[in-house]
Structures are given as C-alpha cells and as structure tokens.
Write a protein that binds this ligand. Structure first.
Ligand code: SAM
Length: 240
C-alpha cells in the first residue's frame, strides 16, 4: 500500500490530481483556501514552515504576501521538483523528506501550515511535537485535513451525497483508499482525536472550522447547494 509521498509520485496520479485541482470551483479553491487564508491572516515578515508543500505555489503566494522566508517539506519527489521550479525567487527552501523523519531546528518558525497532508500521518502527535518545537514562542500552527466524516469509511466513494455512509467513526487508524486510480493509505481520526493530538503536541487549540461553504465563493446556487450537504475539510489552529 502506498504512503502519501510515493502515491503522489505515480505519474498518472500526479497528472489526475493536478487536473482535478485546476477545475474551476474545485473544492480546494472555494472551500479550503479561503478558510486557510482567513485563519492565517497576515504573513508579513513571518518565517513559514509548510508541511506537504506540494507544487510550491502556496509558498510563492506567501512570499509575495510578505513572508520573510518559506521552508517547504514534501515526501513526493515529483512535488518537490515542481516546487523548486516554482520557487526560484525570495527566501525559499524546499526539501524532499517525510514528516516522520524530518529534523527541524528549534524555535525557528513563526507559522507552521499544512494543507491536506496530515491525514497521511499515522503518529500525528509525534509529528506535531516536532513542529511545536520548531516554532518560536507564540508561533502558530494552521492546518487542514480531509474531514473525519469522509475518512471514517470508504463505503460511499463515488456514490451520491444523500447516501453517504459514516461508519467506524471512533475506530482511528489506517484506511486504504482507491483515489485517482491508485491505492493510498490515509489515516482516520475523529474530530476529538485531532483536537487532543494538537493539545498533546504542546499547542493551545485556538480555532476549529469544518469548511462550511460561503455563498460568495460560488457562481451558482446549485453548486453552493451541493457543497452544503457534506463537510469536506476540517481545519484547526493552535498556538505554542
Ligand atoms: C493532497 S497534497 C496537498 C499539497 C499542497 N499542500 C496543496 O494543498 O496543494 C498532499 C501532499 O502531502 C505530501 N505528503 C503526504 N504524506 C507525507 C508525509 N508523510 N511526509 C511528507 N509529505 C507528505 C504529498 O506528497 C503531497 O504533496
């Protein structure tokens, strides 16, 4: 079974993923991104760590918005190569590494962000403890993951929202998923598990969001109505 990094290294998966991401009104652009940006606020002069940096476009945006530096980590070589091409200007550094193996300098970053990458991690407390140590006092963690209602059970993949199945909700652990034509191992945990993991890693939890759609982000009532049915993302923030 593929882990998060090797999964995105499959050429067909990689292409299909970026095709889906570039769709107009993709869930990422209308649901996840606006909430991440509102939770983060100003990045002016901040040293930013990005866990699961993907193609580095977000790093480029952060630097353009005034971040002092950007340090992206990703376990997929394809993602890292693309990120390096996209991040040729500014104080940017991208490394090919798994979160589980990363060693971060203590007290270096002001903001740790992770967008849709931490549900590939088994021992979340271990990874977030390293992240907490790498932050300066008062530094912030902001992250998004696939919503636990979606990761609990694979029964509903590809079926209509009205028949979505939530099962084994309180059984945390691996879920092997067919996604973009290949299989990948994701890790399910309840909302409460995420909350406790952030606390156990040394953060004070500040905010929790469930990606409730904002009508202003949608061009049609029908698409807005469709997205009001099932929560896709969970977002949390913590402070050291
Ligand atoms: C769904 S993509 C999101 C990429 C980017 N954050 C974005 O929002 O566009 C998830 C990323 O997390 C990376 N990833 C998954 N598991 C990882 C791990 N254990 N260590 C490091 N990177 C990982 C993948 O390689 C992939 O680039």
């Amino acid at each position: 079974m593929r882990d998060g990094g090797s999964f995105f290294d499959q050429p067909d998966v990689f292409d299909a993923y970026w095709r889906a991401r570039s769709r107009q009104e993709s869930a990422n652009s209308v649901l996840e991104q606006p909430i991440i940006e509102s939770l983060i606020g100003s990045v002016d002069q901040l040293a930013v760590l990005d866990l699961g940096c993907g193609d580095g476009q977000y790093g480029k945006q952060l630097l353009a918005q005034g971040a002092a530096s950007y340090y992206g980590i990703d376990a997929s070589m394809r993602m890292v190569s693309l990120a390096k091409k996209n991040l040729t200007e500014g104080n940017a550094h991208v490394v090919h590494q798994a979160f589980e193996e990363m060693e971060l300098p203590a007290g270096k970053f002001d903001l740790a962000v992770s967008r849709l990458a931490l549900h590939y991690v088994d021992d979340l407390v271990h990874v977030l403890t390293k992240v907490c140590r790498s932050l300066a006092s008062g530094g912030r963690l902001v992250f998004s993951v696939e919503h636990p209602l979606l990761t609990s059970c694979q029964e509903s993949q590809g079926t209509k929202p009205g028949s979505w199945v939530v099962d084994d909700y309180f059984v945390a652990g691996a879920r092997d998923v067919l996604w973009f034509g290949d299989r990948v191992r994701k890790y399910h945990r309840s909302i409460e598990d995420y909350f406790l993991a952030v606390q156990q890693a040394g953060f004070q939890v500040d905010m929790l969001r469930e990606s409730k759609p904002d009508r202003a982000q949608f061009s049609s009532e029908a698409e807005y109505g469709r997205r009001m049915r099932i929560p896709l993302f969970l977002l949390m923030t913590g402070r050291k």
